[in-house]
Ligand binder design. Structure first.
Ligand code: PGA
Length: 252
């Protein structure tokens, strides 16, 4: 599988800025394609414009969230069907900002991942400890528990799944502490072992990718992507300006 770089635009950009930013990224990557997957995850309102902007380019589309039922009386929610109809391939599930601000539990994330897989969307499952848990030596435990509760009972039938290790303390909005690549490498090993326990090494090597996210920038990206276990990155604030994001892509 190719390495992947995912832009999580969170709620940083207006609809017009999202359209403009996606157009500029798509135009550049048509001219000089990289042997790399690039996915943009805008907020929901500009998604259709972003889908049009990236059409015909190698840039793919992702969503920042999804609801766990197909349709019904769920005020304010967005369905997998709508995401698919716009050409979405990826869905971020369980970002720490959703855990923090919307009390999303592992159970809720499990339901979202299940819905994505049922409809052929590739989940990007975010896991990671917060500063307190890290300080108390609970990092491994947190990763093991999150993965077990999110993936419990989920059968992978030749479907691609991405797990993003995102230590909360390293995310720009959650502390922005620079994560030592050795520590990231260690966490990736823990994640890989949990997945191998659950699915076996053949499935994990064939269908799972483990990526890293947390204050990734053009200056530090190589520290993470040079690690052989890391299949890509999830980038927040550094992905919101086309020139910065393209510079970052150029460094992989
Ligand atoms: P950041 O965000 O790159 O701004 O730290 C990453 C993320 O939250 O996915």
């Amino acid at each position: 599988m190719k390495k992947i770089i995912v832009a999580n635009w969170k709620m940083y950009l207006s609809a017009d800025e999202s359209k403009d930013c996606s157009q500029r990224i798509a135009d550049s990557l048509v001219k000089s394609p990289k042997n790399l997957e690039v996915a943009l995850c805008p907020s929901f309102i500009p998604m259709k414009d972003v889908a049009l902007a990236v059409r015909g380019s190698p840039v793919m589309l992702g969503a920042q969230d999804v609801f766990w039922e197909e349709k019904g009386a769920y005020t304010g929610e967005v369905s997998v069907m709508d995401l698919k109809s716009l050409g979405c391939s990826f869905v971020i599930a369980g970002h720490s900002e959703r855990r923090k601000f919307f009390q999303e539990s592992n159970k809720v994330i499990h339901e979202k991942v299940r819905m994505c897989l049922l409809h052929g969307l590739i989940p990007i499952i975010c896991v990671g400890e917060d500063w307190e848990q890290r300080r108390n030596g609970q990092k491994d435990y947190v990763l093991i528990q999150q993965l077990n509760e999110i993936l419990e009972g989920i059968v992978i039938q030749k479907q691609r799944v991405i797990v993003a290790y995102e230590p909360v303390w390293a995310i720009s909005g959650g502390g922005g502490v620079h994560a030592d690549p050795k520590e990231v490498e260690y966490a990736h090993e823990v994640i890989r072992h949990v997945l191998m326990d659950m699915y076996g090494s053949i499935e994990v090597n064939s269908f799972f990718q483990i990526i890293y996210g947390g204050s990734v920038s053009a200056e530090n990206i190589h520290l993470y992507t040079n690690l052989p276990q890391i299949s890509g990155v999830l980038v927040g604030s550094a992905s919101t300006k086309p020139e910065t994001f393209l510079e970052l892509i150029g460094k992989i």
